[in-house]
Design a binder for this molecule. Sequence first.
Ligand SMILES: C[S@@+](CC[C@H](N)C(=O)[O-])C[C@H]1O[C@@H](n2cnc3c(N)ncnc32)[C@H](O)[C@@H]1O
Length: 190
Amino acid sequence: MSGPGGGEAAARPGRPAYALGSSPAEAGRLRRQSAELAGHSATLLDRAGLSPGQAAADLGCGPSGILSLLAGRVGPAGRVTGLEINPASVALAREFAAEHGLVNVEVVQGDARTEIGVEATADIYPPGHPRRTIRMDLVRSMRPRILERGLAGERELEELDRAAREHLDDPETLVLPHLLFLTWGRQPLA
Ligand SMILES: C[S@@+](CC[C@H](N)C(=O)[O-])C[C@H]1O[C@@H](n2cnc3c(N)ncnc32)[C@H](O)[C@@H]1O
């Protein structure tokens, strides 16, 4: 994966970008799924505040994606770019746009990883690391609410806090608290 603004695609040689492929069966499934999930997609676009005249992109649009919904939102004065890596899906998405009269939609073949990136990081907090006790620190911050809601009593919380911190004092205890996802994007799509 390229770094922010890096630009080079991170496709691994020999590894397809989309594991489910582009068979007619998968294309049909994706088209059905777009229709089945249209309500949720519409809600999302309402929240995003997409409005007439704006430019929108559907990255990995597959054979239809949300091209129609985006086109409806941005209207004739706006434009929609569908970016799709698979040539068969690109052809299907273009057909879809033509069949539905989506004149403000252009479908481009390309790799979205040149526009956006996602990097997952799994940190480990060794003894002495300031974030090793993050979970207990969070519970301490939530203490008033925990007590207020009667989820635990003061003594119980103190005992749990002490036991958890003692467990973390053991250098054999491995602390891997969460996965951190770094995401970034850049313009333009071209
Ligand atoms: C699960 S399908 C979803 C298709 C569409 N967004 C939908 O909701 O119906 C994922 C699509 O993303 C495309 N894709 C995967 N990796 C991609 C990449 N790096 N750049 C562009 N398209 C990609 C695949 O070819 C596939 O068509």
